[in-house]
Design a protein around this ligand. Structure first.
Ligand SMILES: [Zn+2]
Length: 67
């Protein structure tokens, strides 16, 4: 299955029966990022994380007593 990166329009080949391909078909994942774009964004985000202006809203840890 051919997929296109949403940022740089590079076309990649993904194994048709892989989990990623299935998620894209079922729209569990709405967009595909190529490895280069993924790494670029990850690096920039990690750099911003180090600055004080970046606030990360992480899910609260689950209480062991409430399940
Ligand atoms: Zn890309």
């Amino acid at each position: 299955m051919r997929v296109k990166c949403v940022l740089c329009d590079q076309t990649d080949q993904v194994e048709s029966f892989s989990l990623l391909a299935k998620q894209l078909r079922k729209r569990r994942k709405l967009s595909y990022l190529c490895d280069a774009c993924h790494d670029r964004i990850a690096n920039k985000t990690n750099e911003r994380k180090k600055s004080s202006e970046f606030k990360l809203y992480e899910p609260e840890k689950e209480d062991d007593y409430i399940k």
